[in-house]
Design a protein around this ligand. Structure first.
Ligand code: NAD
Length: 486
């Protein structure tokens, strides 16, 4: 049964502790990708909305930073409680707005609550340093301060979790924040903010949400002199635009951008585990995950067996609507995304790739932006399908003869987010993990990061990073104090 929402929700802007109308009357429609029905509308947004929110965040910031960090942590804990108490309804909203299978939607909701809790725990651990001075009677110390007003710009693929990545780290460190949700997946955030507004007494201006188009609201937030740090998760193109806008005021940027994660499967790998991990990493959320395996290099000795097993697993994968408990993946997020993936697959085949399974768009109950799990072989290292981000359920496989060759091909990419290696040989693992030029390396497991780690891309995959201690420190500036006692 497809869960159909009958009510079209109308969301506005949340600025300075209240819901306010946008200065723009134009609205953006949000679709349920499975049913293709409009389920909500959000404002297209105006520059004035962004400016109002930034001013509110600025006005609230000193008092927020003056609170003891433990008091800020208490607010984060309450935010987690609001999520946990509404975890099922929030997961349903998420599944409806982006066709995330309900099990994975629930994982995202629960991980978001855990994220607020985790950062609340940092409250008493934000520390400075004392340094020896060259002068008698002088003490030198390093203070860590909030940057001021943070801006978070979100993608559609993990909208709730990525929201917490920005909000929790910014607030615990004493920053206030203005967030621009993705215009394709604002609902879960809006529903949660309504609950936070009703159930908590967060000081006005500390947390603001401005819906709208990236070229209007995102641009205005990025080029404002009020903004102290812009943390964007999205495509390389949006990252470039944000950097250009930030250059105006030399504003700090933290960018988490696209990926083209390689997986290397050595001849001595546990094949059952490697095939499952790579295929799972590729099909989770229809391949629309920045860190999931986008290309796989397999040792010649096991290549045929790997392809046969991956083909079986992919062709047997159930693709259905998001509330079918047995479906491993559902629709892609939009017509645009499914068209983009189809184009890349067709061009790969025209260039000589062999289609092992899949390769077609599909509908469920006559609707939706589905694409079949697709396996391609006979692809070349310099081809589009190996070099460009696919962001869909398509896995290209290449063969290698030596482990040196595999590492060379894996590193031959302008992206540098995540990577993985499958082997039971210690020397092979050490050789590969040392040489992979990526922000994350997974050994003998699927690609999926932990909140206490550090999620950061190299090269065009980004600047700075999120999660753990180092992700929190993105939102701090350092002051050196020279304190001379007479
Ligand atoms: P996108 O770049 O289209 O949009 C991301 C956000 O940027 C949206 O909120 C959008 O409105 C905004 N934006 C667009 N133009 C802007 C501008 N000129 N100024 C300011 N903001 C602007 O990305 P998407 O389609 O939402 O997400 C998919 C992309 O995100 C993929 O490339 C994926 O790899 C990447 N991603 C990366 C990570 C990571 O952690 N590295 C995580 C999730 C997604």
């Amino acid at each position: 049964m497809i869960d159909v929402l009958t009510e079209v929700k109308v969301y506005q802007q949340y600025i300075n502790g209240e819901w306010v109308e946008s200065e723009s009357t134009e609205m953006i429609e949000v679709l349920n990708p499975v049913t293709e029905e409009v389920i909500s509308v959000v404002p297209k947004g105006a520059v004035a909305d962004a400016e109002k929110a930034l001013q509110a965040a600025k006005n609230a910031q000193d008092a927020w930073e003056d609170l003891p960090a433990a008091a800020r942590g208490e607010y984060l804990k309450q935010m987690a409680v609001v999520i946990t108490e509404n975890r099922v309804a929030l997961a349903e909203t998420l599944a409806n707005e982006q066709a995330k299978v309900i099990g994975l939607a629930q994982v995202e909701i629960d991980a978001t609550a855990a994220y607020f809790d985790y950062y609340a725990g940092w409250a008493r651990r934000i520390e400075g340093e004392i340094i020896q001075s060259d002068r008698p009677g002088e003490i030198m110390y390093l203070h860590k301060h909030a940057i001021g007003v943070a801006v978070g710009i979100l993608p559609w693929n993990f909208p709730f979790f990525v929201m917490a990545r920005k909000v929790a780290a910014a607030l615990i460190t004493g920053n206030t924040i203005v967030v621009k949700p993705s215009q394709e997946a604002p609902n879960v955030i809006m529903e949660w903010m309504q609950l936070v507004n009703e159930k908590m007494s967060l000081p006005a201006g500390v947390l603001n949400f401005v819906n709208g188009a990236g070229s209007i609201v995102g641009q205005a937030l990025s080029e404002s002199p009020i903004t102290g740090i812009i943390s964007l998760t999205g495509s390389v193109g949006a990252g470039q635009k944000v950097m250009e806008a930030a250059a105006k005021n030399i504003t700090k940027v933290s960018l988490e951008l696209g990926g083209k994660a390689p997986a290397i499967v050595a001849k001595d790998a546990d094949l059952d585990m490697a095939v499952k991990a790579v295929v799972d990493s590729r099909l989770i959320f229809s391949g629309q995950v920045c860190n999931c395996a986008e290309r796989v290099y397999v040792a010649a000795e096991i290549y045929d067996e790997f392809v046969a097993r991956a083909k079986k697993l992919m062709s047997e994968t159930k693709v259905s609507h998001a509330f079918d408990g047995e479906s491993a993946m559902s629709s892609m997020v939009s017509q645009n995304q499914v068209d983009k993936v189809e184009g890349m697959v067709n061009r790969a085949i025209e260039a000589g790739a062999k289609l092992e399974t899949g390769g077609e768009k599909m509908k469920v109950d006559g609707k939706g932006f589905f694409f079949q799990p697709t396996l391609l072989t006979n692809v070349t290292q310099d081809s589009e399908i190996i070099q460009e981000e696919i962001f869909g359920p398509v896995l290209p496989v290449m063969k290698f003869n030596t482990i040196e060759e595999a590492v060379k091909m894996a590193n031959d990419s302008e992206f540098g987010l995540t990577s993985s290696v499958y082997s039971n040989d210690y020397n092979t693992i050490m050789y590969v993990q040392k040489r992979l030029k990526f922000g994350e390396v997974y050994i003998n497991r699927e690609h999926f990061e932990a909140i206490q780690g550090y999620h950061a891309g190299w090269r065009k995959s980004g600047i700075g990073g999120a999660d753990g201690k180092h992700g929190m420190e993105e939102y701090l500036v350092t002051k050196v104090v020279y304190s001379q006692a007479n």
